[in-house]
Design a protein around this ligand. Structure first.
Ligand code: NDP
Length: 362
């Protein structure tokens, strides 16, 4: 327990708690807490306590901070501490997998969705969910990356492994390019030598930003594709938008190339034909960054938690080698405190955020 092993057991810590009052009114307050047990949604199987230094703001966090349905499970169950990402130091770890003082990062795993997340100065999770922070990155940099960077790297790895992605096949499309996932996808693909085309609703005002990340071309949002098979344009696609954008991207993907579907910033439903799949062998690759979950109500997977921990280590190793620091700094939009989260939650949901927002908990 924290009280026995924290640097100072009398120390209180800050946490942002979102609650739903009567008539569904949502409250979002920064509170002083004096034990992790006082936080509302602690994981009873947790084995490690983290002193959280930084977290980040993702689209999902924006939804939870505003009390919107769709992210918190069971649906609509509040109170909860949001924050799907966290970085900091291990305070104690009863499984023995980590030592006090180890710098660690955790992304996904339903923290901030099913369990209390990173918007508190203390976090308890299963030690299998932690990754030792590569020495390449500081804790703050790891939260610039956060779920967005992990997801972008996963998309690239899926496209390489199952989508036959190779630099000599032509242009690679990234949709929702100004967002967190999109920005990192542009940066990583460009670093790997791909001809990246950034598709954005803010193509003109942000042209310089996309080019600084390495985009070869910048285009507006994709128009719906009226024909089942469009012109073959893309050697790979990272799609964060969904809906008609995903349908158009699939219809324009080259023979036996891949489309990584990871986001829903535009729409969840999409209407398409099977022709790109059966006539062009296009590969549709789903990307889920939350990784394993043995939580009621969530789809589970027979793979072991250790297999996922290994996948997470491989993703962070690839981020260390394929995401240059100067690009990472360009994607870093703002650093904010817990108190500013309600305002920034509104901005990310309105599509007004460029790059990544880090939350400083110190
Ligand atoms: P951001 O809010 O940072 O970026 C989303 C981007 O999508 C915006 O910047 C905007 O880009 C574009 N966009 C916003 N609204 C619309 C719209 N109505 N139509 C078309 N494009 C729109 O979010 P993230 O990058 O953090 O996440 C992107 C998506 O990926 C979200 O849906 C998120 O839930 C999902 N996601 C999924 C994960 C997974 O594990 N599968 C993990 C992480 C995120 P622009 O201005 O350039 O057009």
């Amino acid at each position: 327990p924290l009280a026995a092993s924290a640097p100072d057991a009398r120390e209180t810590f800050k946490a942002l708690v979102v609650d739903a009052g009567k008539q569904g009114l949502i409250s979002c307050d920064v509170k002083q807490v004096n034990a992790v047990g006082q936080l509302p949604r602690q994981d009873k199987e947790a084995t490690a306590t983290i002193r959280v230094r930084f977290s980040s703001l993702n689209y999902k966090d924006g939804m939870t901070v505003q009390g919107r349905p769709g992210v918190v499970t069971p649906p609509g169950k509040f109170p909860i501490v949001p924050g799907i990402d966290a970085a900091g130091e291990v305070v104690e770890c009863s499984s023995g997998a980590f030592s006090p003082g180890d710098s660690v990062v955790v992304t996904g795993n339903k923290i901030g969705q099913h369990f209390d997340g990173g918007y508190a100065q203390r976090l308890r999770v299963k030690s299998e969910w932690l990754t030792l922070l590569p020495s390449t990155f500081t804790a703050e940099e790891s939260m610039v990356i956060g779920t967005a960077g992990v997801t972008a790297m996963q998309c690239v790895m899926h496209l390489e492994e199952a989508g036959g992605l190779r630099p000599d096949k032509g242009e690679v499309l990234v949709t929702g390019a100004a967002g967190g996932v999109g920005s990192f996808a542009v940066a990583i693909l460009a670093e790997l030598g791909y001809e990246v085309v950034a598709s954005s609703g803010r193509a003109e005002p942000l042209r310089g930003y996309f080019e600084s990340l390495g985009a070869r071309r910048v285009i507006g949002r994709l128009e719906p594709e009226r024909r089942p098979l469009g012109q073959q344009l893309w050697a790979g696609v990272v799609d964060t938008v969904g809906g008609a954008t995903l349908a158009a991207a699939v219809a324009q993907t080259k023979y036996r190339c891949g489309v990584a579907s990871t986001g829903v910033a535009g729409a969840a439903e999409w209407s398409a034909t099977v022709y790109p799949f059966i006539l062009r062998g296009v590969r549709l690759l789903g990307v889920d960054s939350t990784l394993p979950c043995r939580v009621e109500g969530w789809p589970s997977d027979p793979a072991s938690e250790e297999a996922y921990a290994d996948e997470r280590r491989r993703i962070w190793a690839r981020l260390s080698s394929d995401l240059p620091k100067d690009k990472l700094r360009k994607v870093h939009g703002h650093t904010i405190g817990l108190e500013e989260l309600p305002e920034w939650a509104g901005k990310i949901l309105a599509g007004e955020v460029q790059g990544r927002v880090v939350v400083d908990l110190d």
